[in-house]
Design a protein around this ligand. Structure first.
Ligand SMILES: *Cc1c(COP(=O)(O)O)cnc(C)c1O
Length: 370
């Protein structure tokens, strides 16, 4: 019996009738860009996040880069990003011509460490950009306080955190803007690329909408040099119906995570740490061990698929070779890249599969410790 890392087809099959109805409704409507399906989803997602505005865009990378552009971030500006984030967070900063300033995470939570952020600020810093990595909310209050004290904006990368809560409140309305991806494998996933920005700032929302629509607010009148990055109505219709299942699906993820946290143990095993103020969305369940390669091979031999998020930190990617960072420049990010392993998790992972992962992982860990 193989345990797939994530079975996206199962999500489709559970909602097959609803999804096919939603798609057929859009096909029959004649609205293939923009329109009521997009408006309805934007309103529903803003309500879910407890924010005033939601602007749909083409994908998560555009959500980040358009939010930065809307904040007038550009050449000569610096943006604080976690050194262990997914490459998209860093690329978004590069896309607007600004400089990504990598800051090491708190090794316990994998998320931006406020003390290290403060030490990295310069007169050029404009934005602090935490990622809620793996669906674990970053510690936002100290970052918000720091931002206020130093006149900086807070933009959150919430591509992995749909439904996560920080101090009881859902991610989506804490910072100046929050960027979302609805890439198919995310907790709220479309049937293709899709993204959004949520914000309580009407000016930012309007700017993002204009930037994503060729810089045009009124048809054929172009105020700025924008791009084409809009939420597709077919995706909006699918996301709208999936949003109604998100809480249920996230609670199934939490059940898997709870099982793993109770059942897995070992001297050379670090489990995810959940601060008392955090209610994670459990996008990924990431463990750490020095014997990562052997554990991954052992699990693969028993049919359990695992992945590594992420094997190469951004500063070591060829794409950023010009920044000139050697190994050792960001030791915490590098240590995570060498030790992290993501176990299967998702709303459609059966109890038998979870039990199988636990049994095989425990016996592999015992073998490796001997
Ligand atoms: C998925 C992801 C993105 C990018 O989203 P796309 O929709 O694929 O462009 C950005 N940041 C993080 C942390 C992600 O996981």
């Amino acid at each position: 019996m193989t345990v797939p890392f994530l079975d996206l087809r199962a999500a489709y099959l559970e909602l097959r009738r609803e999804i096919e109805e939603a798609v057929a409704r859009v096909l029959a409507s004649g609205w293939y860009v923009g329109g009521p399906e997009v408006d309805n989803f934007e309103q529903a997602f803003a309500d879910y996040c407890g924010t005033k505005h939601c602007v749909g865009v083409g994908n998560g990378l555009d959500a980040l880069h358009l939010a930065l552009r809307a904040m007038d971030v550009g050449f000569g500006d610096e943006v604080i990003v976690a050194s262990n984030s997914y490459i998209a967070t860093v690329l978004a900063v590069s896309m607007v011509g600004a400089t990504p300033v990598l800051v090491e995470p708190d090794p316990r939570t994998h998320n931006l460490d406020p003390a290290r952020v403060e030490a990295a600020l310069t007169p050029r810093t404009r934005v602090i950009l935490p990622t809620h990595l793996y669906g674990q909310p970053a510690d936002l209050d100290p970052l918000l306080e720091l931002g206020q004290r130093r006149g900086l904006r807070l933009l959150e990368d919430a591509a992995q955190a749909h439904g996560a809560r920080y101090k009881g409140r859902r991610i989506g309305g804490h910072g100046d803007a929050v960027a979302w991806s609805f890439y198919p494998s995310k907790n709220l996933g479309a049937l293709g690329d899709a993204g959004a920005v949520t914000t309580n700032d009407a000016v930012l929302a309007e700017r993002i909408r204009t930037l994503g629509n060729y810089g045009s607010h009124r048809r054929y009148v172009n105020e700025v040099r924008g791009v084409n990055s809009r939420l597709d109505p077919v995706q909006a219709a699918v996301l709208g119906l999936k949003l109604r299942h998100l809480e249920d699906w996230n609670s199934r993820r939490t059940a898997v995570a709870t099982h793993y946290r109770q059942a897995l143990s070992g001297d050379d095993l670090e489990l995810p740490i959940v601060p008392h103020w955090a209610e994670p969305a459990w996008h990924l369940f990431v463990i750490q061990t020095d014997k990562r390669e052997l554990l991954q091979q052992g699990l693969a031999g028993t049919g359990v698929e695992t992945l590594i998020h992420y094997p190469i930190p951004p500063h070591r990617q060829q794409a950023y070779a010009d920044l000139g960072f050697a190994w050792g420049a960001f030791p915490l990010a590098e240590r995570l890249a060498e030790r992290v392993l993501s176990l299967p998790i998702g709303p459609h992972l059966s109890e038998e599969h979870v039990a199988q992962v636990v049994a095989f992982a425990q016996s592999a860990l015992q073998r490796l410790a001997a």
